[in-house]
Write a protein that binds this ligand. Structure first.
Ligand code: ATP
Ligand code: MG
Length: 266
């Protein structure tokens, strides 16, 4: 196995423009197998664009990306077999029950015993009791959990979660976080995008910030925190939060972040 194959995701020099709008200008990162990688960035910076390229929905203009050892440009079918994508907006069918949604996906993926696959996933996501009810009666958190459960039918080794908890209440977010942690514990590689810095703090093994077309930092939470000088000691010392790191690097208004002073809310 080469070093590239040992990585679940390997991205080099990725570029993408929409007409004159240069969104990605040389994006590089790797994600180790079985880890959780969070891609952070302001609205419109290109997070969904990265996810779409990695899931073969969109072609890059330049650069290479390998997922589960397969090249997204030349081995798209192999990539698709290796991944699942939970998009920014839930893709569940409201009229069907949760269980019927899962059975449908299992049938589409030609799995044996689709009913058993559905029941196992309902149990894993604490949806057994609600499984027989129409999705239109589910809460936002239940829908999200079902959405993630549907993306796990067939046990893909790599999953992409584009803003998995946007719009959820704190309790539902914690439930989704728990589900994501369990995935990684079973060896699934998770790449998630998020606007919520605390989500990255709680979940991710590594965090990368996408800004002006490139990854400007990539590290563990403690590595990112070390980028800022320790907080001044008055009576109590407070470590910078990921939010402080993010706003300093990106800039509070999204521009000229690097030469900006550390915010006073540290
Ligand atoms: N199909 C498209 N045609 C033209 N411009 C697009 C298209 N898709 C995305 N864009 C633009 O590319 C930029 C990046 O979009 P993208 O959806 O990747 O951002 P994002 O980081 O996911 O944002 P958000 O946090 O709002 O989800 C935005 O300025 C967006 O308007
Ligand atoms: Mg997006």
């Amino acid at each position: 196995m080469t070093a590239q194959q040992a990585q679940a995701i390997h991205v080099r020099g990725l570029e993408k423009s929409y007409k004159e709008l240069r969104v990605l200008r040389g994006v590089d990162f790797t994600v180790a197998r079985g880890s959780i990688f969070a891609l952070l960035g302001s609205n419109g910076v290109g997070k969904t664009t990265v996810v779409k390229i990695l899931s073969t929905l969109l072609k890059a203009d330049a650069g290479t990306a390998r997922v589960n050892g397969f090249d997204v440009a030349t081995q798209a079918a192999d990539v698709r077999e290796s991944i699942s994508l939970t998009g920014q907006f839930a893709a569940v069918d409201e009229i069907l029950s949760g269980r019927e949604n899962l059975v449908l996906v299992a049938r589409l993926r030609h799995l044996k015993e689709p009913g058993k696959v559905a029941d196992d996933l309902l149990e894993r996501f604490s949806l057994t009791d609600a499984g027989g009810r129409k999705v239109s009666t589910y809460s936002g958190g239940m829908r999200r959990r079902l959405d993630i459960a549907m993306s796990l039918v067939g046990d893909p080794p790599v999953i992409f979660l584009d803003e998995p908890t946007t719009g959820l209440d704190p309790q539902s977010r914690i439930e989704v976080w728990q589900a994501v942690r369990e995935l990684a514990a079973r060896g699934t590689t998770v790449l998630l995008t998020t606007q919520y810095l605390d989500e990255a703090e709680h979940l991710a093994d590594r965090i990368a910030i996408l800004h002006e077309g490139r990854i400007i930092v990539n590290g563990t939470l403690s590595e990112l925190k070390r980028l800022l000088p320790p907080a001044e000691v008055e009576y109590v010392e407070k470590q910078p939060t990921l939010e402080d790191v993010f706003l300093t690097l990106v800039g509070a208004d999204g521009r000229n972040g690097q030469d900006r002073n550390v915010g006073t809310n540290a």
